[in-house]
Design a protein around this ligand. Structure first.
Ligand code: SF4
Ligand code: SF4
Length: 408
C-alpha cells in the first residue's frame, strides 16, 4: 500500500473573506469543536510516522488560529516541509517574523483579481490592500512565494493583468486554477462557469506569458474540467498520496469527501495509521476493483482513476459512477448541458447571481453582481434562506492546459 506524501491540515473554517467559490463545507457550524494544539501535535507526529513529508496549513484562514506559530514549530521539529495557504489577512509583520523564526518554509497567498474594487467585491470584504502589503512582506522575509488565483467568469478576462501584477510583485510561482464546482461554487456554477471564448483567450495569454517569463516565474494553469475530454486524476487516486484533516479531526481522502455518504473516520477515535490503512472510508475507492463500466475496461483507468468521486456524487447522486466530465460517461450530458448554458447568449459575461460563503448555514446572503466593470456596475445584497445543508468541497486539481497545480 502507498504511503501518504502530503497532508492538508484544515486548521479552522473561520475566515474573514466570503469568496463565492469557497471550498469549505456549507455546514460550517458543525466544525466549531476544533482540534486542540495537543491533538494537532499528535496528528502531526502520526502523520510523519506514516510517511508524510509535506504539510499544507490551510482553512478557512489558518492565521485565525492563535497557536499557528507553535504548530509550525512542532512540524519543523518533526522534519515536515510546511506550506501556509492563506488569504493573508492577519499576516502582520510581527506574526510573519514569528512564523519565519518557527521555520515556516513556503507561503501561498490568494488574490481575487488584479485591481482593488473587483478583488474586494469577489472576496466580499475590503482586503486587496492588505493582501498586497502581505505579499511584499513575504518577499522581504525571503520566503518563496506562490500566488493563488481562482479563475471564473468574472476575472478570467483579466488574466494578462493578473500575470503582470504577479510579475511586479516578484512571485516565484502563480497558480491560475479555474473553479472546481462543488459546494459554494456549485451553488454559483451558472454565474462562475466561463465561456469557451473566454477560455480560449485566457489560454493564449498564458502561453505567451509562459514564454516571456520562462526563467522568472512558474505559471500553473488549470482549466475547468467541464471543458476537458477526460476527468482529472483526483488526488492522484483515492487514498494513494494525500490525506486531509478537517478542523474537528475528520480524516478524508480528499477535501470534498465529507459530501459522500461514507462512514466517518476521525483522529479523535482512531490513529491516523488505522484510518489510512484500514478504515472503510479510505478503502472504499482505493485501486480499480470498485470501478463501473466503462472505466473497468478503459485503458485510462490507472491514469485518471475514473475521475472525481465527489463530482460523480454531486452530478449523479452515486459516488461509484464514472465522473460525468468524461466524454465516455453515460451521464456526460449533465456536464454538456452546463457548458452549453455557459456559452449561450451574445454577452461574453452575463449578469450573475453569486452566493458568497457565510459563516452561518441558516441564512445565506446573496449578492447580484453585474460585470464587466466597463459596463454599468450594480452591486446589491439580498438575503435568502439557504435550505441546502449538503457540504461543499475543497479542491483537487489535476487537469490543466499543460501542467497541474493546486489551490486552497
Ligand atoms: S476561499 Fe475565500 S472564503 Fe474560502 S477559506 Fe479561502 S479566503 Fe476564505
Ligand atoms: S471511462 Fe473512466 S477510466 Fe476511462 S477515461 Fe473515462 S473516467 Fe477515465
Amino acid at each position: 500500500m502507498n504511503r501518504p506524501f502530503g497532508m492538508l491540515a484544515e486548521l479552522t473554517y473561520a475566515c474573514p473573506l466570503h469568496c463565492p467559490y469557497c471550498s469549505n463545507p456549507l455546514n460550517l457550524a458543525d466544525y466549531h469543536e476544533e482540534l486542540t494544539m495537543a491533538e494537532w501535535q499528535r496528528v502531526l507526529t502520526e502523520a510523519r510516522a506514516l510517511g508524510v513529508l509535506q504539510l499544507h496549513l490551510s482553512g478557512g484562514e489558518p492565521l485565525q488560529r492563535r497557536d499557528l506559530v507553535e504548530l509550525v514549530a512542532s512540524a519543523r521539529e518533526l522534519g515536515l516541509y510546511t506550506n501556509l495557504i492563506t488569504s493573508a489577512l492577519g499576516l502582520s509583520p510581527r506574526r510573519a517574523e514569528q512564523l519565519k523564526t518557527a521555520g515556516l518554509d513556503h507561503v501561498q497567498i490568494s488574490i481575487q483579481a488584479d485591481e482593488p474594487a473587483l478583488s474586494d467585491r469577489i472576496a466580499g470584504t475590503p482586503s486587496y490592500g492588505r493582501k498586497i502589503a502581505a505579499v511584499r512582506l513575504v518577499k522581504e522575509l525571503g520566503w518563496p512565494l506562490t500566488l493563488n488565483v481562482v479563475l471564473h467568469r468574472h476575472n478570467i478576462d483579466r488574466i494578462g493583468r493578473i500575470l503582470d501584477l504577479a510579475e511586479e510583485l516578484g512571485a516565484d510561482r502563480i497558480e491560475l486554477a479555474n473553479t472546481q464546482y462543488y459546494g459554494w461554487a456549485w451553488h454559483n456554477r451558472a454565474a462562475l462557469l466561463p465561456s469557451r471564448a473566454q477560455l480560449d483567450q485566457a489560454e493564449a495569454v498564458v502561453r505567451t506569458a509562459r514564454q516571456r517569463l520562462e526563467r522568472k516565474m512558474q505559471i500553473i494553469y488549470v482549466i475547468p474540467d467541464y471543458y476537458s475530454q477526460y476527468p482529472k486524476p483526483c488526488m492522484g487516486g483515492w487514498g494513494q498520496q494525500q490525506l486531509t484533516v478537517t478542523p474537528n479531526g475528520d480524516v478524508l481522502p480528499c477535501p470534498a469527501a465529507h459530501t459522500l455518504k461514507l462512514p466517518r473516520a476521525t483522529v479523535r477515535e482512531h490513529s491516523l495509521a488505522w484510518i489510512w490503512e484500514e478504515s472503510p472510508l479510505f478503502q472504499r475507492f482505493r485501486g480499480t476493483e470498485w470501478m463501473p463500466e466503462p472505466c473497468r475496461i478503459c485503458e485510462r483507468r490507472e491514469v485518471d482513476f475514473g475521475g472525481c468521486r465527489c463530482q460523480a456524487f454531486q452530478l449523479t447522486g452515486d459516488a461509484a459512477r464514472t465522473d460525468p466530465v468524461c466524454h465516455l460517461s453515460p451521464d456526460h450530458r449533465v456536464v454538456a448541458e452546463a457548458v452549453e448554458a455557459a456559452n449561450a447568449g451574445a454577452e461574453p459575461i452575463a449578469p450573475g447571481r453569486l452566493v458568497p460563503r457565510t459563516s452561518t448555514a441558516r441564512r445565506v446572503e446573496t449578492m447580484e453582481v453585474y460585470l464587466p466593470a466597463r459596463k454599468s456596475r450594480r452591486f446589491s445584497h439580498r438575503y435568502d434562506a439557504c435550505q441546502d445543508d449538503k457540504n461543499s468541497d475543497y479542491y483537487s486539481p489535476t487537469d490543466s492546459l499543460e501542467s497541474p497545480g493546486d489551490v486552497p
